[in-house]
Design a protein around this ligand. Structure first.
Ligand SMILES: Nc1ncnc2c1ncn2[C@@H]1O[C@H](COP(=O)(O)OP(=O)(O)OP(=O)(O)O)[C@@H](O)[C@H]1O
Ligand SMILES: [Mg+2]
Length: 255
């Protein structure tokens, strides 16, 4: 055995450009050529002003949006089956029950039986085991979002993409979900790319923090070198948080 194996790059982005054209053929450059390597097991959090291209970036990584130019490689060339995506809203299929919504994403190489176990495991994790036969319209918005999170987790993807997943939850539930997500991440060592507007959430969760500016450029790329579990009352946390807020304000001032 060799000593320590080097961390693999699981998401490799080079010179990624995205230009949208409106109905009058006017062009709008959202991502001006960004490059980014994400290493296996990283919890990457991304903050940026509204409209700076964060969701567009995740959509391109997930293959939901076409890029204009540049390259995006996942897991060293593997296909998108290694990805799961938690959107800002749950996007459940309304004609399927909670359990059926999860069963719908069963990977081909997984047996019904083992996937059923996973479904129940992750539904209990988000405290929804008693509503497996409910339809989405019978659930609150927060419960629907938790179904969306369980649906992504039960694929146990190599890369989990999360776009402001907790922003619609009440703060107590959001906090529980953050703790759970960290527990799962520490357990599975999945790679997570997590977008948020909330600097406290970004610093609590991430071990790397990227800040976009209005032009869709990466203006800051910081290692969050704070011990876990992180508490807002810890001095080191407060200092890092305050510096991050200041850096972000400076980015916004420069526009
Ligand atoms: N399908 C589309 N067609 C045209 N323009 C688009 C499209 N999708 C996004 N845009 C534009 O691209 C820009 C970036 O949008 P995006 O949703 O990626 O921003 P964001 O950083 O996620 O913002 P927010 O923080 O508000 O979620 C915006 O100006 C938006 O209007
Ligand atoms: Mg967005």
């Amino acid at each position: 055995m060799t000593s320590k194996t080097k961390a693999q790059i699981v998401v490799q982005i080079k010179n990624l450009v995205k230009i949208f054209s409106d109905e009058k053929e006017r062009e709008h450059c959202v991502l001006p050529g960004i490059s980014l390597n994400v290493f296996e097991g990283t919890f990457l959090t991304i903050v940026g002003p509204s409209g700076s291209g964060k969701t567009t970036l995740l959509n391109i990584i997930a293959g939901l949006e076409e890029k204009t130019s540049g390259t995006v490689k996942i897991g060293g060339g593997a296909d998108g089956s290694q990805l799961a995506y938690v959107f800002q809203s749950a996007r459940l299929l309304p004609w399927l029950t909670v359990e059926e919504n999860l069963r719908f994403v069963k990977p081909e190489n997984t047996t019904e039986e083992s996937f059923k176990e996973k479904i129940h495991h992750y539904l209990s994790l988000v405290e929804l085991n008693d509503v497996t036969r409910h339809y989405p319209h019978q659930l609150s918005g927060g419960m629907q979002q938790r179904v969306g999170i369980a649906r992504a987790l039960c694929i146990e993807p190599a890369v989990l993409l999360m776009d402001e997943p907790f922003s619609h939850l009440d703060e107590i539930t959001a906090e529980q979900m953050r703790v759970e997500l960290l527990r799962i991440w520490e357990d599975t060592k999945q790679t997570i790319i997590f977008i948020t507007h909330d600097m406290q959430e970004a610093v609590t969760l991430g071990d790397r923090l990227i800040m976009f500016n209005f032009r869709g450029e990466i203006a800051e790329d910081l290692a969050v070198d704070l011990h876990r579990p992180r508490k807002f009352s810890d001095r080191s946390f407060i200092e890092f948080y305050a510096q991050s807020v200041e850096r972000f304000q400076n980015i916004r001032k420069k526009e």
